[in-house]
Design a protein around this ligand. Structure first.
Ligand code: DAH
Length: 344
């Protein structure tokens, strides 16, 4: 019996040493110490021993069980740690891998410039108005003092939808719509939006953006227009900016002017960009023609107004030194990324 016990101990210890997993260990435990295990079965036979041998064998059996339990516990600890380490290694996250950059949308340079212009005029108390891009001949032309067959209609190459309907060639019709809506109250509005012309080259796109401005009140003068535009030019292009007004012609204003700022490339010295003049044209403006006021219901003997219209594309091109307007519409990310408000 003693030999058998020692043999079981040796066998069990060998098996424990060879165990490779916790599952192996459990199997070994059952095989030797379980209810039907080898050690347990052997102990059951104790009854057949002579009484004087029982204490000795019993003691030895207990020692063997203790030894095996201890060995099992130690092996359990070792294997559990190994398994844990394997698991951690398997699930390891490589934090040195560069992350995937999420693609982030951004504001198109044209919208960025539009918002800056809007902010400047909002700061001066202007409201922002809107009007339709498919416009009637009346709002686009007639009400702006451009009756049918007026030669100045040729200033703008128009997309006609039918006899009475056009794609608006400028944002000026929104002047008329706003005057009709507000009359006889004073008003101060801007209107940004898309406009369309049959034009397509490096500086003209068939669709482009304008911002219209209109102020009507008692006693508005050309000085108000000049002051407003100077303030705008300085906010937009820098505190040293200057403007100059050149006499011009628009049917809806009298007098009319084309407005220049100091060349953004040479600061007035003269360069290729400004054709050596030192100035760059940025907008058209003037005092609202009395006939335009009257057609929209205002009494031109009581109120006066000024108006201006500028190309957002042109402002963006001057600000960023873009030489071809088509860059703004090709949606090439390599181009767009280069501008503030462009893709990060
Ligand atoms: N509507 C003109 C154009 O598109 C621009 C313009 C000129 C607007 C003078 C105005 C203005 O309001 O007063 O060419």
């Amino acid at each position: 019996m003693k030999e058998k016990l020692t043999a079981i101990q040796a066998q069990a210890e060998q098996a424990i040493a060879a165990a490779e997993s916790l599952a192996d260990l459990e199997e070994i435990r059952l095989r030797f110490l379980g209810k039907k295990g080898e050690l347990t079965s052997l102990l059951r036979q104790m009854g057949s021993l002579p009484p004087e041998e029982r204490p000795v064998v019993g003691k030895l059996a207990n020692e063997v069980r203790d030894a095996l339990e201890t060995a099992l516990a130690r092996a359990h600890q070792d294997l559990a740690r190994e398994e844990q380490e394997r698991k951690l290694a398997r699930e390891k996250v490589d934090i040195s891998l560069p992350g995937r950059k999420p693609l982030r949308g951004a504001v198109h340079p044209l919208n960025h410039v539009r918002r800056r212009i809007e902010d400047i005029f909002l700061g001066m108390g202007y409201t922002i108005e809107e009007g339709p891009e498919i416009e009637s001949d009346y709002y686009n032309f007639v009400a702006l003092n451009l009756p049918r067959h007026h030669p100045a209609r040729d200033m703008q190459d128009t997309f006609y939808i039918d006899e009475e309907t056009v794609l608006r060639t400028h944002t000026s019709p929104v002047q008329v719509r706003t005057m009709e809506k507000m009359c006889p109250a004073p008003l101060k509005m801007i209107c940004p939006g898309k406009v369309y012309r049959k034009d397509d080259d490096a500086t003209h796109s068939p669709m482009f953006f304008q911002i219209e401005g209109l102020v009507i009140d008692k006693g508005i003068t050309l000085a108000d227009l000049k002051g407003t535009l100077l303030l705008f030019a300085r906010e937009m292009f820098g505190p040293q900016q200057q403007i100059r007004l050149r006499p011009s012609y628009f049917p809806f204003t009298e007098p009319s002017a084309e407005v220049d700022i100091l060349c953004t490339a040479c600061n007035g010295k003269g360069c290729r960009m400004c054709a050596d003049t030192g100035w760059l044209e940025i907008l058209g403006a003037g005092m609202v023609h009395p006939r335009v006021l009257e057609m929209s219901g205002y009494d031109s003997s009581q109120v006066s107004g000024f108006a201006f219209g500028m190309g957002i594309d042109r402002v963006a091109m001057l600000l960023y030194g873009i030489t071809d307007i088509r860059y703004l519409y090709q949606n090439d990310l390599r181009t767009l990324k280069q501008f503030p408000g462009g893709l990060a």
